[in-house]
Design a protein around this ligand. Structure first.
Ligand code: ADP
Ligand code: MG
Ligand code: MG
Length: 306
């Protein structure tokens, strides 16, 4: 069993602890400590993979928490290195990323169950992801990803609009009149933005694992982006059609497991905001009483016993 991520990451630690309790041996490929400490060697053989002196070859299953292979990635401290020499630093990160993705790509080719497989990555960018869900008949909010100011003005005529980053780095906000001025919209020349029908209803977080819903929670909060403020998290029972829509969404995107964000529209219909390829779950487990950690660890452990 292999866990890919930082040894200091709480999710990696919890999954490792649970696997240990299941009597399954888990090796952490510490991607945050790579290449400074973690030693990785690959030969031309698909299974020729040695991590910190241990032959890993073809593991029974892999939990992919994170590669930490970009200066902007969580926990990465590249500020000084970027200031000193951004080009060399970015090049080094690209080399690191290429090797780590190469390892994951080998495991996928070898048929190793990956939670989640790297082949799903290209379809996970939100403009591709939401359109794929909509094409599969699943409900998504009306959305515009653009850097075209005129297109934003037209989109804003249709009702309340939320805007947010395409990849991340800022919170969701409601678009207001002042955002539609020439000066403000000129910012679109620096980066494109997501504009989306504002969904006024309740936030849902649903976990799907190996084709089944394993937890569903609702987030009760006063603010638009629930991460900005304290919120109450409670378990909910999903109507069967919504549960199966979540399972289908996970399948459409080629994921083995995911944490989905849905939000209800004005008519109370939950619409898909996103599926996360490496969803956090410890906070939801602690506050909402779910056991995503346990179910994920048991799913991994089953592969080790097969
Ligand atoms: P992220 O990847 O940053 O989590 P999300 O699309 O899940 O991106 O948005 C974060 C949160 O912002 C959502 O969980 C929701 O609370 C709020 N939000 C996002 N989009 C909308 C929207 N269209 N209408 C209302 N709230 C939204
Ligand atoms: Mg989200
Ligand atoms: Mg997300």
């Amino acid at each position: 069993m292999v866990l890919v991520g930082s040894r200091a990451d709480a999710h990696v630690q919890e999954v490792a602890r649970r696997l240990h309790a299941e009597d399954v041996d888990a090796l952490v490929v510490d991607t945050l400590a790579f290449p400074e400490e973690t030693r990785l060697s690959l030969t031309e053989d698909l299974a020729g993979i040695v991590v910190d002196g241990r032959e890993v070859g073809r593991p029974a299953a892999v939990y992919v928490r994170g590669l930490h292979a970009h200066p902007l990635a969580a926990k990465v401290e590249a500020h000084d290195a970027m200031d000193a020499d951004w080009r060399t630093t970015l090049t080094a990160f690209r080399e690191k990323s290429a090797l780590l993705l190469g390892v994951l790509g080998r495991w996928e080719r070898l048929g190793v169950p990956l939670y989640n497989p790297p082949s799903a990555d290209w379809g996970m960018h939100k403009p591709a992801q939401l359109a794929a869900l909509q094409a599969a008949g699943l409900p998504v909010p009306r959305t515009l990803w653009t850097n075209d100011a005129e297109a934003v003005r037209r989109f804003a005529r249709s009702g309340r609009v939320a805007y947010k980053p395409i990849a991340g780095g800022a919170a969701t906000q409601e678009l207001c009149e002042d955002d539609l001025t020439e000066e403000r919209l000129a910012a679109l020349a620096a980066a494109p933005v997501t504009f989306q029908e504002l969904l006024p209803g309740e936030d849902l977080r649903v976990y799907v694992l190996d084709g089944a819903v394993i937890a569903s929670l609702r987030v009760v909060s006063a603010s638009l982006d629930f991460r900005q403020h304290e919120a109450r998290i409670e378990p909910v029972t999903l109507p069967p059609d919504i549960a199966s829509a979540c399972v289908k969404a996970c399948e459409v995107l080629g994921l083995r497991w995911t944490g989905l964000d849905l939000k209800r529209d004005g008519d109370g219909v939950p619409r898909f905001l996103e599926l996360n390829g490496s969803a956090m779950f410890l906070g939801f487990d602690a506050r909402g009483g779910s056991d995503v950690a346990g179910q994920l660890a048991r799913a991994l452990a089953r592969h080790a016993r097969d």
